[in-house]
Design a protein around this ligand. Structure first.
Ligand code: LLP
Length: 425
């Protein structure tokens, strides 16, 4: 009898008779069909994650802009576009992607510290909803570019609220020492300057304090600090139509316990209500929490290699496919796709073929595997494929989106010809 066992954080990834499935589709069969490494995503997980945000905002004027840097594959963007989401982008390339996926330009916001003039022109021509500007210099350039096109650019200024999100230093963005946003103390002056420029139209205020945040407090602190500024800015007659609180909500990688999106937003909205801002339009930019636990990466064990101090399990996925362990010492759960009887579990470092000691996917994992077996690397929906590279001239993996009884290839495996096409010998 089959007893699918639900795994924390990933209810659509289950075992049936020992075999891992995503929404009922066997990973072994998908890997046989499409090869490895292979990313497999559950569409239902994404829709459930989105539904939790929407429950939190019920009865409010809120726009959820999926931060596509988390996973920008067109097949994933289409899911969010069809669900009516907006998008948070950080480059002209990301703008082209969301438009190709059917985004409504008015629901697109453009974040990032270093927009080029060409990107500004591209976004103005598309008619995006808001530029989140991050410096006084950028404000002046955007004003010039907009005037040259005979347009007014809608803007929010990204404020650096100087709160500690209590996350990895590389993904913490709202502290004084970070390159992001305009300092809290400068905000009023910057808004007054922007409001006086003819090529700009101030529409909102923005902040984003970091990523993989697992507590509510940093958000609540940031909200209070942003609302203080809203009051100060509006006292100069500048109306802020929307309040953008960024993204950053964490997911469960390894027993992490982030607040649920609906609970978090109800808490935050209570703060807004208490200070009389409950009617204001809210914009948010979640990335990881909409896709992170929707995905697994299936990889084949190439060799097992006993060592003097460590045993290595060498797999065909590597740091170019799954860069998070190498970059942030991130933990991703790793499990065999099929439970193997008769092989004793051994403690391994799971490593890829790339020629770097930093190329590891998991350390000190007890696994009963042998060459030819498949492993699933969990929580691989966010910041894996979108950060994948061609290092060591490895071709990027294929991606499959599962929904109900359908498994759709949304990205074919890259070929070496794809890679060489842009180069001249
Ligand atoms: N908005 C802005 C302005 C951002 O910079 C980011 C992420 C987001 C929204 C979405 O944040 P999320 O909801 O996904 O936490 N590569 C790292 C994460 C980098 C996050 C960069 N900014 C990782 O793999 O952990």
């Amino acid at each position: 009898m089959s007893h699918p066992s639900l795994l924390p954080g990933q209810p659509h990834v289950a075992r049936a008779e020992g075999a891992l499935q995503v929404e009922g589709q066997a990973l072994q069969a998908l890997a046989q069909q499409h090869g490895t490494p292979l990313f497999v995503y559950s569409q239902q997980w994404m829709l459930d994650a989105l539904a939790a945000y929407r429950r939190g905002f019920e009865g409010r004027d809120a726009l959820i802009c999926y931060a596509i840097k988390a996973n920008s594959s067109l097949g994933i963007l289409r899911v969010f576009a069809e669900a009516g989401c907006g998008f948070d982008i950080v480059s002209g390339g990301e703008l082209a992607r969301v438009l190709a996926a059917g985004a409504e330009p008015a629901k697109v916001i453009f974040s990032g510290v270093g927009k080029t003039r060409a990107e500004m022109r591209q976004a103005l021509a598309a008619g995006i909803g808001c530029f989140n500007v991050e410096s006084e210099a950028e404000i002046d350039v955007l004003n010039e570019v907009a005037l040259a096109l005979g347009k007014r650019a809608p803007i929010s200024v990204r404020i650096n609220p100087n709160v500690d999100p209590k996350t990895h230093p590389y993904i913490s963005t709202g502290l004084k020492g970070n390159k992001f946003g305009v300092a809290h103390d400068r905000a009023v002056a910057v808004y007054r300057h922007a409001a006086a420029l003819p090529g700009l139209e101030v529409v909102g205020i923005d902040c984003h304090i970091g990523s993989q945040i697992t507590e509510s407090d940093p958000y609540l602190d940031a909200v209070e600090r942003v609302l203080d500024l809203v009051q100060a800015i509006e006292s100069h007659g500048i109306r802020l139509h929307h309040l953008d609180f960024g993204g950053g909500l964490g997911i469960d990688y390894n027993g992490d316990t982030p607040p649920a999106a609906d609970a978090l937003w109800q808490q935050l909205l209570a703060r807004l209500d208490a200070r009389g801002f409950g009617e204001r339009r809210i914009v948010i930019e979640p990335g990881r929490s909409l896709v992170g636990n929707a995905g697994v990466c299936v990889t084949e064990v190439l060799y097992t290699k006993p060592g003097e101090e460590k045993n290595f399990c060498i797999v065909d996925a590597a740091m170019n496919d799954l860069p998070r362990p190498a970059m942030y010492q991130a933990f991703h759960r790793i499990e065999p796709v099929l439970r193997r009887e008769g092989v004793a579990a051994v403690r391994y470092d799971v490593v890829g073929p790339v020629c770097e000691s930093g190329d590891w996917l998991g350390r000190d994992r007890d696994l009963a595997v042998q060459a030819g077996d498949l492993l699933a690397v969990f929580s691989a929906g966010a910041y894996c494929m979108s950060m994948a590279s061609n290092y060591n001239t490895r071709t990027r993996a294929a991606e499959v989106l599962v929904h109900g009884d359908k498994a759709t290839l949304i990205r074919r495996r890259e070929t070496i010809e794809d890679q060489l096409r842009t180069e001249m010998p």
